[in-house]
Design a protein around this ligand. Sequence first.
Ligand code: S2G
Ligand code: ZN
Length: 466
Amino acid sequence: MHTPNESAALLDGIRVFIEPAHVRSDPDSCLNYGRDWTRLYTPNPLAVVLPGTVEQVQQLVRYANEHRLALVPSGGRTGLSGAAVACRGELVVSLERMSRILDFDPTDRSVTCQAGVVTEAVQNFARDHGLYYPVDFASRGSSQIGGNIATNAGGIKVIRYGLTRDWVTGLKVVTGCGDLLDLNRGLIKNASGYDLRHLFIGSEGTLGIIVEATLKLTRPLREPSVMVLGVPDLDSVMSLYHILRNKLELSAFEFFSERALRHVLKKGLHRPFDTETPYYVLVEFENPEQLHTDTALALFEHCAEQGWLADGVISQSESQVKELWRLREDISESIAEYQPYKNDVSVRISRVPDFLAEADTLLTQEYPDFEVLWYGHIGDGNLHINILKPVGMNPTAFAQKCGAVSEHLFAILQRHGGSISAEHGVGLTKKPYLHYTRDETEVNYLRAIKQVFDPNRIMNPGKIFD
Ligand code: S2G
Ligand code: ZN
């Protein structure tokens, strides 16, 4: 931490090359830019700087190296692992002013944008040009492309379209040394050595600052239909998965528990059907001119005869598609008030049934008094397990109890070859558990790579690993 005089001098030095209006140390800016959606850490940045150009980002990184000033790159701060929090006097570097779409090429079907462009703006731009950017999640209206890339964001369409990593064809980054790298430049094929682009995707700001991205786009999803199915048990969820994915062009296969649904219903939404079941599956599939509706209905009857579902509904309109999606997408927001402890884990799809069974047994016995909500992208092996903090319980005691249970949960996960973080990243919250997924040998290689790109360790220090 710097003394007040040192801090003032550091900020005066930055104001030489970044407009003073964009060097903020007021309490509101420090609070809002120093935290993410975890709300688990007390924001305490030195200040917030908002560069407007790549050159200013480079000057800032060089200045930070000279003065050993820690930098925390900042996008929409919708993260859930503490990767974007600044709680140790770091300088927050917000990319929000760098929010322009720079280029579009209909032949390449690609869009080049600055890091600070909001995800939904890219989705809308693609739609307005007759194309589709298929990386999608509930925070689309707040998250920024730079942050999506830094965490390799996944979301609700991964089963068909993959993750952010699969859509980045070019990346401009300022390394922790202040060098500007123009990676892959939008090429589909490029066998000219290591693909450094993929080191920065998912790096959580620890190797440098993403300043521009070239994203490929695809044809729009044609008239998707959505089914929500009431499911008696977790084994049935996987039985449905196997049969539906073989017969329909799925773009999503999500699930959520009755407990999760009840929290969403409290916010004014309606049950999809009268029957209450322990679990629900939300299936989205491409259904141009309703060509596959009969197949879907026949599958519904077959699965009902097998006892894999007890009830269900299929969307009859675009507005109903949106309404049914809200039952899944609104879960996170509907439980935010309970300050949930979040697990975001993944296993290979083939391991989901066994892992779910073991995890369910563990959580039931370890959390007899806590409300545990299951939901997530089960179609790609990603499960979100949220434990709601009992009203009145001390947050620290709650986090300690959940952290202790996480050790057991991650030991099960390790046996199934899973990851302690499927899509939310490691940041600070999952850092103590990284060893369940990456062994010491591998983490030492990660450290060596960081040493190359950030030798003075100014880039988001303390995130992912020490
Ligand atoms: C989801 C959003 C964050 C959470 O709903 O798929 O990734 O865990 C989550 O609530
Ligand atoms: Zn998710």
